[in-house]
Design a binder for this molecule. Structure first.
Ligand SMILES: [Fe+2]
Ligand SMILES: [Fe+2]
Length: 333
């Protein structure tokens, strides 16, 4: 039984100068998926006494460095309430994560359905779908164990999101931007929490480490797919992609990093506390940072037009793109 990874996996990063290097990336990702993968019910010791979920466990209390944890209102709450709010938030992130990944899997399968024989993407997309099935199971199992009335995306948004699995039929490039839009911000936040030492509960830590390790591969595939495909797109389609990207990312990053309405109502969190925690300059900066890698990729691919740039700014997710050093060889996840 493979243990949860102890080191945070790096993404495979290569320049995709030609088809050969693109195929090389897919080969390495396939191999990594076979060698290192985790199963929700084989590799997580759910019944270990150390892994039990108790909503009043002080390990769920938010750290003082957290935007909500630092507010005077939060700090004035009873320790049990502080713990319950912390757990509620973790579980909501997992619920939204599993809903997003459900849409993602359906989209991947729609994409794979139409692939002709012999296409290398087919096998990788199936590896990715398999891994996402285990993520969905581990996230839902965690949510169930909190015994809290956790809801995911707001209903209106969930309704609109049902269009996502059909994006590959219109544009596969747009679909992989959507994939990155969901995976990159979650990955950014999870890595930050782990590195900052804010994850105290072993169950949450195990789930997070497994997720980061496998997401590094998914993110890598999406990024290289875009590097391989976007330069050869029809100019009109590329222009549309450039304009649609900040809209998709702006909406998605906000959903994933915004306060869960049911939690705000359940704990009667005052409006000004919500504003302070989620709509401050720092909070906006965090949202913008979480899509930084996709923004840099779009700049590298030359799809950000002056009008597009205004859209990035309008959604509050603009920052000058960093020139990223191309890496010839990198560790496979
Ligand atoms: Fe996942
Ligand atoms: Fe993924």
């Amino acid at each position: 039984m493979p243990k949860a990874p102890t080191e945070l996996a790096d993404e495979v990063r290569e320049q995709v100068k030609d088809k050969k290097s693109y195929l090389g990336v897919i080969d390495r990702l396939n191999k990594a998926s076979v060698e290192k993968h985790w199963e929700a019910y084989a590799d997580i010791p759910w019944d270990d006494p150390e892994f039990q979920v108790d909503k009043n466990d002080p390990r769920w209390v938010l750290p003082a460095s957290d935007r909500l944890g630092e507010t005077a209102w939060y700090q004035a709450q009873q320790p049990e309430v502080q713990a319950q709010i912390g757990l509620w938030r973790v579980a909501t992130a997992m619920k939204i994560g599993l809903q997003f990944e459900n849409l993602l899997k359906r989209g991947l399968l729609n994409y794979a359905y139409r692939l002709p024989n012999g296409r290398p993407e087919f096998r990788y997309v199936y590896h990715e779908t398999t891994e996402e099935c285990h993520h969905g199971m581990m996230f839902q199992e965690f949510v169930n164990r909190t015994k809290m009335p956790i809801r995911g995306m707001p209903r209106s948004l969930s309704f609109i999101a049902q269009a996502a699995p059909w994006i590959p039929l219109v544009s596969t490039e747009m679909f992989f931007v959507f994939v990155l839009g969901g995976e990159d911000p979650i990955d950014f936040v999870q890595r930050k929490h782990l590195k900052g030492g804010h994850i105290k509960h072993p169950l949450e830590e195990t789930i997070m480490r497994i997720h980061i390790a496998e997401e590094a591969r998914h993110i890598s595939f999406a990024r290289h797919y875009l590097r391989h495909r976007v330069p050869n797109m029809h100019p009109v389609r590329r222009r549309i992609l450039g304009l649609a990207t900040p809209i998709v990312l702006g909406v998605m990053a906000r959903i994933m990093l915004s306060p869960p309405g049911p939690m705000v109502r359940h704990f009667n969190i005052p409006k000004d506390v919500v504003r302070q925690a989620y709509q401050s300059e720092t909070a906006r900066g965090e949202i913008s940072d979480s899509v930084g890698k996709i923004r840099d990729l779009m700049a590298e691919l030359g799809v950000i037009s002056p009008v597009g740039k205004q859209l990035w700014k309008a959604f509050g997710i603009w920052d000058e793109p960093k020139k990223r050093r191309a890496v010839g060889t990198a560790k496979a996840a």
